[in-house]
Design a protein. Sequence first.
Length: 263
Amino acid sequence: MHNNRFSAVLVILLVLAVCVPAVADSGEASKNTFTNSVGIEFVRIPAGTFFMGANRHFENADSDELPRHKVRITKPFYLSRYEITQAQWVAVMGSNPSHFKGRNRPVEQVSWYDVQKFIERLNARENTDKYRLPTEAEWEYAARAGGDGSYCFGDMIDDLVLYAWYYVNAGQKTHPVGRLKANDFGLHDMHGNVWEWCNDWYAADYFSHSPLEDPKGPSSGTLKVEKGGGWDSLADSCRSAYRHGIVPEKKNSALGFRLLMVE
């Protein structure tokens, strides 16, 4: 009799031991994602160290991608899982400037200054100051997602069609966000679809003297950094290290953005 009772209690304890971790995991997962008032889903990116810039032995590196150097991102942050969509832009701004119309396509035809207005209104709407564009370093760190190759998945250009809408497969247009594979941080379209504005001013020689912790770009300039390549880009321009400077007033149908939220 006592043995039967002991066996029953043991079975109950074993069941609880199996079930409880599942609840804990669910709670932990909820801390790693966040969806805001206009439906922008954010993914938590942990702090860490990575090599910024191109590996000149394995990549067709431009001079502004060199020297490759170790950078430390000292604080975790949230980054939007997808490029900001036209529906999300309209929810904040009330109009849609995009050339390729579609609720879930990335918003484009927005200048760096237009994006600042979007951020200002979104911060006011939610009574916060946590939203901004990522720095170039934060963007590249998130794009690499722990990888060390030309792309988030490595160096094989043939695999790029699984992750990016670009010249080879885009059909000369943008596509709804999130249709292709995500990187290991769970971020979609870091390569291709539309170029993405970064917060930094651009300088071709910045890597030769940039800080090794949380670099924020030059203090001034005439160009802003864009990253990631777009629907009209060749594979080389979609590399994680590739960087380009354009005037902040620039608008075109292959240029959009994703948003960072400070933790």
